[in-house]
Design a protein around this ligand. Structure first.
Ligand SMILES: [Fe+2]
Ligand SMILES: [Fe+2]
Length: 293
């Protein structure tokens, strides 16, 4: 039986959640981009390509999960704010899904094959077949959103993560990171409000972290193989630096990823909204509010 918590409790107290603007990005992906768009680095290009390949199907699942969750909320004024922020979340994720679809279309033209979308679609079909309860779907979504938010924080915080990348791709990845930072607590808050418990949250998180790591690695390997750079020493050196280098994933992401295991964890425990706001301000010519049109 579902029990509802009585209030939404954003961890940044005394502040109502900021509205989530749906933004149109002023970039043109129709002309495509270089194969090794990440500063000529084959590994980094293929790694981020692998992430992009997983987004359209994954983000549709997030949208469907929060919609299924919101359908369980009582239609009363007390939950109106959460209902609205979820609607805005859907708008942002739908835009991400669309742009990464365009991105992935160009990857297909480059000869890369998107396997991860089929693995994800197969799992989603299983969820549907066995009628997985919305709370499980929300726990999965909240887990993915946390992983995404950790990498989004790094993307905005550590300039060297994308410093040498094609400028259009820098804009795409940092815009996505800014919006992921803005809405990182939405699925989590909905899960908590619907009475989702700690054990379910953690069980699905462990599953998601393992799955995310394995699938991103496998798709990156397949991309490198198709690219002809899987066995080049430079690819392996770049992978080592991404993992172990200064501002590498192991040093910078392990702590924030482990923080999710704390019983009292909330995504807004780390208040990094300023990072997102700063990028959006500094790059105001790169986007427009979709609502303005
Ligand atoms: Fe997204
Ligand atoms: Fe997201």
């Amino acid at each position: 039986m579902l029990t509802f918590t009585t209030t939404i409790k954003p961890r940044i107290m005394n502040q109502t959640p900021s509205p989530l603007l749906v933004r149109k990005l002023a970039i043109d992906l129709s002309r495509g981009f270089a194969r090794h768009w990440h500063g000529g680095d084959a590994f980094l290009s293929m790694y981020y390509n692998a992430l992009s390949m997983s987004f359209p199907v994954g983000e549709q699942f997030f949208i469907d999960s929060v919609r299924a969750g919101i359908a369980l909320l009582p239609d009363d004024p007390q939950h109106a704010e959460l209902r609205e922020i979820v609607r805005q979340f859907v708008g942002q994720e739908a835009t991400h899904r669309h742009l990464h679809h365009l991105y992935n279309t160009h990857l297909a033209h480059q000869g890369l094959v998107n396997h991860v979308q089929h693995w994800t679609a197969w799992r989603i079909a299983l969820c549907r077949k066995y009628n997985l309860h919305p709370l499980h779907q929300l726990a999965i979504t909240a887990a993915f959103e946390h992983c995404t938010a950790v990498f989004a924080d790094g993307t905005l915080r550590y300039q060297n993560w994308f410093a040498n990348a094609d400028p259009t791709m820098q804009t795409l990845w940092r815009w996505h990171a800014a919006e992921e930072t803005e809405h990182k607590a939405v699925a989590f808050d909905l899960y908590q409000t619907l009475g989702g418990n700690y054990m379910r949250r953690i069980a699905w998180y462990l599953y998601v972290v393992v799955l995310f790591s394995l699938e991103a690695t496998a798709q990156t390997g397949l991309n490198l193989w198709r690219d002809g750079s899987l066995f080049k020493p430079g690819s392996w050196w770049s992978a080592t630096k991404l993992l172990l280098g200064r501002n590498g994933a192991l040093w910078r992401c392990s702590g924030p990823l482990l923080a999710y295991l704390k019983p009292g964890f909330h995504p807004n425990d780390q208040d990094n909204r300023q990072l997102a706001a700063q990028w959006l301000t500094d790059n105001a010519t790169s986007w427009q509010s979709a609502q303005a049109h």
